[in-house]
Design a protein around this ligand. Structure first.
Ligand code: V4E
Length: 214
């Protein structure tokens, strides 16, 4: 595995689950509190040959900001069984640099000049819960309950980490919370994006499954 160049971001360690009725009561019983309720639109972008997503790079526009998720180290995958870890970049200059590099374009090129096209747009209604920090951890665990406008609901347990070492303990914490919530499934639970692609972009979906990205 190659060392990670200096991209500034946070590692999001997460596990998706199927939100069954009563999940909010269960969360509150574990001490979780509703932090906010929010509606937002995401548009995901790629080249027509799916070059970014085939490299497990997820570029989206949320509101007026670009965001990018990529595996935390070059050459790694963002998956560990049913849990995932991705480096989230939110600095607009880092995102343009990383995407330009992946596309072999001279850097820094603006994202508007890279021939990118939106391949998925959907609106999410999110209820975000926060669990208190445990065992001396600096950050609490966040649980998102999402409903997308194409009729799909998913839950996510997530912990943010700054380093790979922190990400390892975050993985354990995420799995522990899923266990306590009774939602620890052995196999990965599909998220909004993979469901959107399966329903609306079957060719793109098939390419990503074939390449073991989804
Ligand atoms: C990383 C990724 C995709 C991008 C969407 O990421 P996700 O965290 O599912 O979206 P969302 O809206 O919850 O973002 P947040 O607000 O938490 O930042 S689409 C596919 N992947 C990779 C991936 C994968 N291969 N398998 C699983 C189970 N999840 C994600």
């Amino acid at each position: 595995m190659l060392p990670m160049p200096s991209l500034r971001g946070t590692i999001e360690v997460e596990r998706k689950f199927v939100p069954l009725p009563g999940v909010e009561d269960h969360l509150r019983a574990l001490g979780a509190e509703l932090q906010y309720e929010l509606v937002f639109q995401d548009s995901y972008y790629d080249r027509p040959d799916f070059r970014l997503t085939l490299a497990d790079l997820w570029l989206r526009r949320r509101g007026d900001r670009w965001e990018l998720k990529q595996p935390p180290a070059w050459g790694a995958r963002g998956l560990r069984g049913a849990s995932t870890q991705y480096l989230e970049l939110s600095r607009q200059d880092d995102i343009a640099r990383r995407v330009s590099e992946e596309l072999g374009a001279p850097s820094p090129l603006g994202l508007d000049a890279l021939g990118l096209q939106p391949f998925a747009t959907f609106v999410t209604h999110r209820r975000q819960f926060q669990l208190p920090p445990r065992g001396g951890a600096a950050r609490g665990v966040v649980v998102d309950l999402d409903t997308a406008d194409f009729g799909f609901a998913v839950g996510e347990v997530e912990v943010l980490a700054e380093t790979q070492e922190e990400a390892q303990s975050a993985l354990r914490e995420v799995e522990e919370i899923c266990q306590e919530l009774g939602v620890l499934s052995d196999s990965p639970v599909p998220g909004k994006m993979s469901t959107f692609l399966r329903l609306n972009r079957p060719e793109h979906y098939a390419r990503l499954v074939e390449a073991s990205v989804l």
